[in-house]
Each structure stands twice: as structure tokens, then as C-alpha cells.
Design a protein around this ligand. Structure first.
Ligand SMILES: [Fe+2]
Ligand SMILES: [Fe+2]
Length: 282
């Protein structure tokens, strides 16, 4: 079969089985460009198709993956600490590339409006750019992705929700990516103080685009709740309690979460220090 005849699900599986980070993101961006060319009518249509994605995506030999408690912590005020922080972000972005293609391939048997694929392909393309941007920042600091150990277990959310499409939407975009909105302003501050404007610029791109990813999650979660006649808030709470390990950590970026269609009554009841408890303990 000519590679151009591949379905979207097969393209997704191809990204997932590519180990090298830069090769993975190049393939991801190629497939995204092809998808949008087809959607504009500039090439033959691409079918959604079906594919069986690997349970774990292919990854490069480096970085070495360690349990989070074994990953050394460094002070963000020092250059090695800044490099370690950037390396951790790069690892998250590479994981995010795989997560976005995985949801396309793994749930390709579920009938969805074409807009769902538009959103996820666009997000996968943006994650690929995020990884490349962070790689360039690391290289600008005489390091590279793979130079330091990284967290194992990043794929756990994907494994836990491999059979549950709505659980995947609840945990990945609406919990994990939303958490990114909470912590990114603090990271931007660290690199502003470190006088690394190219890193600040990269993180600002990431911050702006991640709002969209959370919004896609919320949009399609609500869509599926409507299809199955479920109350979105109750269902979100049930799924996060089922699949997410631990409580959500305030402070929350309420402004950006609101922009992404995530209201406070979705996340506060799942927080380790809910408003109600805080009120009574004072
Ligand atoms: Fe990202
Ligand atoms: Fe994202």
C-alpha cells in the first residue's frame, strides 16, 4: 500500500510505533499536514479507519526512565536546575504527542463527528511543535532530550483508560493538561528570572495552545455525555475518582480553566484541600 493511502488511525499507529523523538514529531507533523490538506480538498480524502495501537508507544533508548522518587531534584535557580526542568517539560510534550495520536487510534471504533479528529490532529501537531521547541531550548543550553533521566509512569493514565473513552477525556485533557495551565505561569517566571528569553517564548506558545487542548477535552466530553444522556459534572467526578490516582492540587488557574470550558464545580470537589474543608478548618 502506498503510504498516502493510510487511514488516519493507521497514521496514528505509525507515530506511536516510531521511537526517536524528532522522527516521531516529524511524522506527526507530516500526517497532520496531510489530514488538513485532505480536509481542505487539496488531496484525496483520508478515511478514519481502524488500527490497533501498541499498549506502550515506542520510545528512544534515552532518557532512562526512573520512578518519580528516583529522579534527582535540582533547584530551579541554578542552570542545572533550569535544564532539568526543561528536560521534564520535553518529556511531557513527547508523551503528549503519543497521547493525542493514541486517543485517535484506540477509540477509532467509536463513531465521532469529523470535528473531533480535526481537534485531536491539530493538538497532536501542536504537541509535536512543543517538543521540538523544548529540544531547541535544551540544545541552546548545551544539553539535549535524553541527557537526563525522566519520569517513568507517564503513560499510566493512558493504560488505565485504554478501555474507557470518556475516562480518557476526563483524565488526560481535563485533569493532566489542565494541570499544565496551573503550573506554566510559574515556569515562565523561572525562565524570565534566569534571563532566557527563548525559553520564555517557547513556554508562552505552549501555554497559549494548551488552553485549546483542555477546551477540546471539555467539548468532546460534553458531547459524549449528551450522547449517553449523562450529567457531565457527576460523570466527570465519577471517572476521575475511578481512573486518577490522588487528589487534584490547588491553586488552580481559574481564569484559564474557565477559558477552556472547565468550571470550578468540576475540579474543586476533587481537590485535596476543597473550599468546604478549608472553610471549616479555619
Ligand atoms: Fe504541549
Ligand atoms: Fe496539550
Amino acid at each position: 500500500m502506498m503510504p498516502d493511502d493510510l487511514s488516519l488511525a493507521e497514521r496514528a499507529a505509525q507515530v506511536l510505533t516510531t521511537a526517536d523523538g524528532r522522527e516521531k514529531t516529524a511524522l506527526s507533523r507530516h500526517h497532520a499536514a496531510e489530514w488538513f490538506a485532505a480536509r481542505r480538498g487539496d488531496r484525496a480524502p483520508i478515511a478514519i479507519g481502524t488500527a490497533t495501537p501498541p499498549l506502550h508507544p515506542a520510545r528512544p533508548d534515552r532518557p532512562e526512565l526512573l520512578s518519580p522518587r528516583d529522579v534527582p531534584r535540582r533547584r530551579p535557580g541554578s542552570r542545572p536546575g533550569q535544564i532539568a526542568l526543561l528536560h521534564a517539560v520535553g518529556h511531557i510534550e513527547l508523551n503528549a504527542v503519543d497521547l493525542h495520536w493514541d486517543i485517535i487510534a484506540r477509540f477509532s471504533h467509536v463513531e465521532m463527528p469529523v470535528g473531533f479528529y480535526d481537534d485531536w490532529v491539530k493538538a497532536a501537531d501542536e504537541e509535536s511543535n512543543h517538543f521540538n521547541l523544548i529540544c531547541e531550548c535544551l540544545e541552546g543550553l548545551d544539553s539535549h532530550y535524553g541527557a537526563l533521566p525522566a519520569h517513568a509512569g507517564m503513560w499510566r493514565a493512558a493504560e488505565d483508560t485504554a478501555q474507557d473513552f470518556m475516562g480518557r477525556l476526563a483524565v488526560v485533557p481535563m485533569v493532566l493538561e489542565a494541570r499544565g495551565l496551573d503550573v506554566t505561569p510559574g515556569m515562565i517566571d523561572i525562565f524570565r528570572k534566569a534571563k532566557l528569553p527563548e525559553v520564555v517564548a517557547a513556554l508562552k506558545v505552549i501555554y497559549a495552545e494548551e488552553v485549546g487542548h483542555v477546551a477540546y477535552g471539555s467539548k468532546w466530553f460534553h458531547f459524549l455525555c449528551g450522547r449517553h444522556n449523562l450529567d457531565p459534572k457527576d460523570e466527570f467526578h465519577r471517572l476521575v475518582r475511578t481512573y486518577f490516582h490522588g487528589a487534584l492540587k490547588p491553586p488552580f488557574n481559574e481564569e484559564k480553566r474557565a477559558e477552556a470550558g472547565l468550571p470550578p464545580d468540576f475540579y474543586w470537589p476533587l481537590a485535596e484541600d476543597p473550599i468546604g474543608d478549608r472553610g471549616t478548618s479555619r
